[in-house]
Design a protein around this ligand. Sequence first.
Ligand code: ADP
Ligand code: MG
Ligand code: ZN
Length: 483
Amino acid sequence: MFVTTIGLEVHVQLRTRSKMFCGCPVEFGAEPNWCTCPICLGFPGALPVMNHEALRLTVLTGLMLNCEIAPLCKFDRKNYFYPDLAKNYQISQYDRPLCARGALALHGSAYPKDAQKSIATIDKQVPLVRIHLEEDVAKSFHFETSTGIDFNRAGTPLMEIVTEPAISSPEEAFAFLTALKQILVYGNVSDADMEKGQLRCDCNVSVRPETQQELGAKIEIKNMNSISGVRRALAFEIERQTAALARGETLQQETRGWDDDAGQTFLMRIKESAHDYRYFPEPDLVPVKTELLLEEVRPRVPELPHAKRSRFMREYEVSDYDAGVLADKVQLAAYFESAAKGARKPKNVANWILNDLQSALATSGRTISDCPIPPEALDELVALIDSGKISSKQGKDVFAEMFASGKPAAVIVRERGIEQVSDSGAIESLCEQVIAANPKPVADFQAGNTASLNFLKGQVIKLSKGKANPQLAGEILERKLRG
Ligand code: ADP
Ligand code: MG
Ligand code: ZN
């Protein structure tokens, strides 16, 4: 039997307005080389200036992941030559990362749907090695006979999160990235959109015989850009390595790429010798004490998804599953809370959000952030239904009009004159008319055919032009027919 070990190195683009060491804007999709200046183009003599918001966002991430925060923030130069690195060194952190240790919990909902029933370790904690801050490099574009370089990305703040080799399966790696992405979005640290390259990941994976103590040869799969791709690449790689070991081959440390279309990894390079980056302290940046930063950041630590989910279950009595879906996206959670705050039955509010609202948003191509129904207005609609003023069927029509026009529920109900009649005197007289006009169904009911009651109830509602409260109509009819 073979054992799998996985460790991830995740790069996250931070959500700052300007770059790490200059005032250039951080923009996605701007004209190539538009967001540049002598500092991020690496002109000799240009001096870096630290972006404190990037430090705060990194510290915030550290706090959300229970890391130890270094008392002093110091940067180092990592020296190497590459066309996308104009200075010939990258400003990074070597021996004193801003955050160390800490862990991320893998709760069930973070796993792929098809794997949620067979989770190996419930609520597993994946320990982290470190989180550090560095600057991103420029981006190369390879054309037919030339290569172009876009420096817009050069010098943008990049946070690197490194896990211990403690992930045991592709499904756990999937859960790790899903949970991490969720926390980054919750903390407003990054949009963490893998398609836009805001979250990039290198996967290290090795396989060894169960009887062997030390880890197997580390194979690194570079530059993964989707969470499902990570799962598939790891599954492929584990199978490939296991088969090789089973054939008696020995594996050696190497770097591979992932071909998503072919569903295969391919060899990029075999590790020649250890790189020598000649790290040394960045002389142009003064180390910063993190004490003040910590004070500023602590109030920004949000309630995390898992805690929110438990609280929703406790405070609003929604099911485990519903609480999970609501807490999954921070804006949806906020919408639910505003709508459910004053509600008599918050559970009904949750149902409307999870069913009707979600599907209306999906069909109209909107998200909760540009929802045409404000949360308070949804609460008002649910209250109208819960109090019996309109039926739930009428509620659906009112909802559709609210979604289309943005009008409040009460206005629509008034305009349409559909307020439900719950006045028992009025319904009683309708029932009497229906009984008098339908001797056959009445006799059927009295002979034991209970289904006739539904027919009679339908007649009452028809006579009321749909306004009679169906439950009340049923009760009154039954009382009269049995009496
Ligand atoms: P490097 O210095 O080559 O980047 P590190 O030891 O810093 O290597 O590890 C980088 C990543 O690889 C970490 O996430 C770590 O958990 C993981 N890792 C290290 N050794 C192994 C291994 N043998 N198998 C799987 N993952 C590993
Ligand atoms: Mg590495
Ligand atoms: Zn710049």
